[in-house]
Design a protein around this ligand. Structure first.
Ligand SMILES: Cc1cc2nc3c(=O)[nH]c(=O)nc-3n(C[C@H](O)[C@H](O)[C@H](O)COP(=O)(O)OP(=O)(O)OC[C@H]3O[C@@H](n4cnc5c(N)ncnc54)[C@H](O)[C@@H]3O)c2cc1C
Length: 461
């Protein structure tokens, strides 16, 4: 099959590698012109990836991402191992470590700078036979045979290369993909859904003076104050990112843009104090704010069937969510593997379109609704901490999450969901598990903060 992939981000290149290794003729068209730089520091310092605005935001590569890379792309996995990645072993946070079993080995997260990962991925993609990566090529529309209410896509139009034909067009243009516009130009509708998640993120990067890391005290948790949660992402070569997440409507948090205030808050957050200590590490960036992120989804569906044949989507084009859950690349990989499986089973592009859509609805879209529910719980918790509780009841998801800090059975099942090994419904529809979670959650202590709200505001204002 001849496949053209729109977008050479993580979703596009991972899908391209999987399909090329199955013998398909794959071309990736990427708008950003620059090739992967010569080394990871150059990638961090100067790789221009305008198309991926989050490329310098902290990223973790969660359990399912690791598993798929180990099984399906072992050479890329080996490259990652040679990259000094930092590994967060979630088993260290099990409520009863004596009860850990072999299956829990999967509950680990690899952390490295996203520029480091994308560079390694880009180099692997360039070296792959059957896979052509054309950079600096902007896709401007779709070509299709018409004559029926459901057109068949036959390729894409580009600025630099004219028409590029394909049996299957794979849209991996990310969360701002233009494919809804291109399909509208063909006269067909798509289904889109979105909500603004309501959070604001402030991230800042540091590097330790000796390239090593302080002892891992807290995994990803970097401390909290009422209305503010911080996350710690150790990168590679002594680099680490600190992200602070709160409500966009919480005005004092805007002062976190000031690096001195950001660092001062981090120094007062217990788990981070030993990391951002000036004797241990220095900032290497300004504070990078990010807000108005959306939970959103896109389905090429006209209400009754596919909008068009011969076009599918993967990665953030399908759905993108609150990044705090760190699932985006795992979801992109699950989609890529599912698409490859469908193509193995039903080669005809028309059948691929419909079969893959069904699989996506079952295996991918539930992650959107889980993120939406997670955000609702987080907004409720942050508002309550800020003294503005609402009447909304806590969801089963929130209760299970709380119980997982105290009970091994809840912890193992919930960690399997968080690491994208199991769909959320496998837990939430298990009445026995949920009865247990509800009764344990009722005994959970209230959250303990590293700073009071007064102390936080005194630093910020
Ligand atoms: C702040 C933040 C933190 C995150 N943290 C994590 C994390 O910890 N772990 C995790 O797994 N995920 C995380 N994610 C999600 C992750 O970044 C995305 O899921 C991932 O980048 C999706 O890859 P993609 O290829 O689908 O899209 P993108 O990475 O957005 O790539 C899309 C590509 O398509 C190209 N493109 C678009 N339109 C065209 C066109 N018309 N022609 C040619 N090329 C085009 C763009 O230039 C770009 O290169 C985070 C996201 C954010 C915003």
């Amino acid at each position: 099959m001849k496949a053209v992939i729109v977008g050479g981000g993580a979703g596009g290149l991972l899908t391209g590698l999987l399909l090329a290794r199955d013998g398909h003729d794959v071309t990736v068209l990427e708008r950003d012109p620059e090739r992967p730089p010569s080394d990871r520091e150059a990638a961090w310092d100067s790789w221009t990836r305008t198309g991926i605005s989050q490329i310098r935001q902290p990223h973790g590569f969660i359990g399912r991402t690791r598993r798929i890379l180990m099984d399906e792309l072992p050479d890329l996995w080996d490259d990652m191992q040679g990259s000094d990645a930092y590994r967060v072993d979630l088993r260290r946070f099990a409520p009863d470590p004596a009860a850990l079993n072999d299956q829990d080995e999967r509950l680990q997260v690899e952390v490295m700078r996203r520029t480091t990962f994308d560079r390694l991925l880009g180099l692997r993609a360039e070296a792959e036979s059957n896979l052509t990566v054309l950079r600096g090529v902007v896709v401007t529309g779709l070509n299709a045979t018409n004559g029926s209410s459901v057109p068949t896509v036959t390729g894409v139009s580009t600025e630099a290369h004219g028409h590029v034909s394909a049996d299957l067009v794979i849209d991996s243009g990310g969360r701002r993909t233009a494919s809804p516009k291109w399909l509208a130009e063909l006269g067909v509708p798509v289904e889109q859904w979105s909500e603004t998640d309501g959070f604001t993120y402030h991230s800042m990067w540091f590097r330790t003076h000796d390239g090593s890391y302080p002892p891992d005290l807290a995994g990803f948790f970097g401390g909290s104050a009422p209305g503010l949660v911080s996350l710690l992402f150790a990168g590679d070569t002594g680099v680490f990112g600190v992200a602070m997440v709160g409500l966009g409507s919480d005005k004092p948090l805007r002062k976190l843009r000031d690096p001195d205030r950001f660092v001062e808050v981090a120094r007062r957050f217990g788990p981070l104090a030993g990391w951002v200590d000036p004797d241990v590490a220095s900032p290497i960036t300004e504070v990078m704010p990010m807000g108005a992120i959306q939970n959103r989804s896109l389905r090429f569906w006209n209400g009754e069937g596919p909008s068009a044949y011969g076009i599918v989507n993967v990665g953030d084009s399908v759905l993108s969510t609150n990044p705090s859950l760190g699932r985006g690349i795992a979801i992109a990989l699950v989609g890529a593997v599912e698409l490859r499986t469908v193509i193995r089973e039903v080669e005809d592009p028309k059948t691929v379109t419909t079969t893959y859509d069904t699989v996506k609805q079952e295996q991918i879209v539930p992650w959107l609704w889980d993120a939406v529910e997670s955000d609702r719980g987080m907004r409720l918790a942050l508002n309550t901490a800020l003294g503005s509780p609402t009447d909304e009841p806590e969801s089963d998801r929130t209760l299970l999450s709380r119980a997982s800090f105290l009970d091994m059975a809840c912890w193992r099942r919930w960690a399997g969901v968080n690491q994208v090994f199991e769909l959320p419904s496998t837990c939430l529809e298990d009445e026995e598990l949920m009865d247990r979670a509800r009764s344990i959650a009722a005994q959970a202590p209230p959250p303990a903060y590293n700073l009071s709200r007064e102390e936080l505001e005194a630093i910020l204002t």
